[in-house]
Design a protein around this ligand. Structure first.
Ligand code: SF4
Length: 313
């Protein structure tokens, strides 16, 4: 029996830093080019007014204080000593460079070992990256860029009104990989327009582009999103739970085994969603995934044999 059938993020951090490391969410008062009118006004069709940061402190609280409050709470509760400052919500590089630099400087403390910045593939620019590289060298703080991609199918990206295609993602990867940074990519495995073949292709593309971490989400539908309206009008169908479990397992089998999995199932506050995880708790779904992998002797990378000149092997 295999102990871990996929590379769990918490263990990945433990291996990297020699002890448990906790991610501290920070909320900036930022928006997104897909919401403020530059690319679109209503955002990706699944995105609600709060973005992804429903568990965060208010963005009106200064960054240093958000960090302090959260670190005090986590270190008391888990006796933690090392942390990752995680700029989580909306598009954190969609601000002027000076402002960005100030926020980054605000989180540079002794106990911060890494800074993770969530953004869109079309909001990656070399000036921001080269500043982060200076921070990495001067302060000895690792950098991870978290890119929302959600699907590798450019037709699905169009349907969800993402405002970019796969090409911008590939371009962002080239830019980021010039530096010694890690990249985490967010994917939704049950977008209504994606098939299992898209999911497998997603695992292959992320592996081929040398992504380091992946965060998988199950689609949840928030009331204040475009998709919320579509859901109420029965304009699409959501695949059943067992199919989601199958998709996660297929994705993992094709994924490079060195890639760490931050998450396999999305989480959202029940009260604010029209649909979330088939009314099943996320940890139960994770158990279903584990059980299926165990039963089928499946593991991450089982089918990872397609790179490096496969036809010549
Ligand atoms: S890119 Fe992110 S923040 Fe912007 S609309 Fe889409 S999901 Fe929301």
């Amino acid at each position: 029996m295999l102990e871990n059938r996929y590379r769990v993020y918490s263990q990945y951090l433990k291996d990297k830093y020699g002890e448990k490391v906790y991610k501290i969410p920070i909320q900036l008062s930022v928006t997104c080019p897909n919401r403020d009118g530059l690319l679109g006004n209503r955002g990706c069709i699944f995105c609600g007014e709060k973005g992804a940061g429903f568990e965060n402190l208010e963005s009106s609280i200064p960054v240093k204080d958000q960090l302090k409050q959260n670190i005090e709470y986590i270190s008391k509760r888990y006796k933690a000593k090392k942390f990752i400052a995680y700029f989580q919500n909306f598009t954190n590089t969609y601000i002027p460079l000076d402002e960005f630099k100030k926020y980054i400087m605000d989180v540079c403390r002794e106990d911060i070992v890494e800074i993770a910045i969530s953004t869109r593939p079309d909001c990656i620019k070399d000036e921001y990256l080269s500043f982060l590289n200076e921070i990495k060298k001067e302060k000895n703080i690792n950098i991870t860029i978290e890119l929302g991609l959600q699907s590798v199918n450019y037709k699905t990206l169009e349907k969800i009104e993402r405002g970019h295609t796969l090409a911008e993602f590939i371009d962002a990867m080239w830019m980021i990989k010039k530096y010694d940074f890690e990249v985490c990519v967010h994917m939704i495995l049950n977008l209504p327009w994606d098939t299992e073949a898209d999911i497998i292709e997603g695992a292959k593309i992320l592996s081929a582009l040398r992504v380091n971490q992946v965060k998988l989400h199950s689609l949840y539908i928030v009331g204040d999103s475009v998709m919320g309206n579509m859901y109420e009008n029965n304009e699409f169908k959501i695949i059943p739970l067992d199919e989601y479990v199958d998709r996660v397992v297929s994705f993992l089998e094709y994924l490079n085994p060195t890639i760490a999995l931050q998450r396999l199932v999305g989480r959202a506050p029940k009260e604010e969603t029209l649909f979330c995880n088939w009314n099943t708790s996320w940890w139960k779904i994770k158990d279903y995934i584990d059980e299926k992998m165990e039963k089928e002797d499946s593991y991450q990378g089982k089918k990872f044999n397609y790179l490096g000149g496969k036809a010549l092997k």
